[in-house]
Design a binder for this molecule. Structure first.
Ligand code: NAP
Length: 249
């Protein structure tokens, strides 16, 4: 039986763990060949490749620092040389370095902005020429509701995710006539390694602020990525879609 993403080539940055891993496996379940990138988790990234291959799809793991333009360009070349095209880029790689503004170091600010925001410029710019040649493509940027709401202790993270929205809308306007779409997914509280370090009191407070009463799962985000990757969303661009159990409404 045909699957919605048969013959698609997808790239997921930060696909070794958490939301990126769930996205990569979900895309493969829809029929796509999937390349993932990682910063340092080689073993876990190779396990994701094995899991995708067991689904009958091609996969590769590439060590590529998303915050560096030349590494993003070389990663795109590796995928295009191997598989001939890229239909979907998911800019998912991200970090947190939480601290109140008065205590936040310049390094914490710079690291989060380059990893979460400059990376989106890097990946999108690197893939744009390939997608222009194809006259099609979908860029999906993983933002956060914190970019919509702000959060005490997360000014760097909020700024990076808010900046991503402005970048995505600009990219969507520049490339719409070339058949390339770009959208932001804004997850709320999703259980992954990134959220594991939170104490019980903070967790309870977060749960109380979610109208649906529970954290989301990485699969909740992956479902939306598959939709935005597919032709079912072919008239949607420059949009920000929350996956947050109503947290930011
Ligand atoms: P995670 O479990 O900490 O995984 C982060 C992923 O990003 C890993 O694969 C990591 O690779 C990769 N990464 C980090 N820095 C990188 C770099 N410089 N270059 C390439 N890859 C890099 O995080 P997550 O919770 O799945 O979050 C994924 C995305 O969702 C992030 O953009 C995050 O801001 C967003 N988000 C998460 C939540 C949540 O509640 N979890 C909510 C809203 C938005 P290594 O394994 O090699 O370190």
């Amino acid at each position: 039986m045909n699957k919605p993403l048969d013959d698609f080539v997808c790239v997921v940055t930060g696909g070794s763990r958490g939301i990126g891993k769930a996205i990569a496996i979900h895309l493969a379940k829809q029929g796509a060949d999937v390349a993932i990138t990682y910063a340092s988790s080689k073993g876990p990234a190779e396990d994701v490749v094995t899991e995708i291959e067991s689904l009958g799809c091609k996969s590769m793991a590439i060590q590529s620092d998303a915050s560096k333009l030349e590494e993003a360009e070389s990663m795109v070349s590796t995928v295009v040389d191997a598989w001939g095209k890229i239909d979907v880029l998911v800019n998912n790689a991200g970090i947190t370095r939480d601290q109140l503004i008065l205590r936040m170091s310049e390094q914490d600010w710079d690291q989060v902005l380059t990893t979460n925001l400059k990376s989106v410029f890097n990946g999108s710019k690197a893939v744009a020429k390939t997608m222009m040649r194809q006259r099609s493509g979908s860029v999906i940027n993983v933002g956060s509701i914190i970019g919509l709401m702000g959060n005490a202790g997360q000014s760097n993270y909020a700024a990076s995710k808010a900046g991503m929205i402005g970048f995505t809308k600009s990219f969507a306007k520049e490339f719409a006539s070339r058949g390339i779409r770009a959208n932001v997914i804004a997850p709320g509280y999703i259980t992954t390694d990134m959220t594991e370090s939170l104490d019980q009191k903070t967790l309870d407070a977060i749960k109380a602020s979610i109208p649906m009463g529970e954290p989301g799962s990485a699969d909740d985000v992956a479902n939306l990525v598959s939709f935005l990757a597919s032709n079912q969303s072919s008239y949607i661009t420059g949009e920000v879609i929350r996956v947050d159990g109503g947290m930011a409404m």
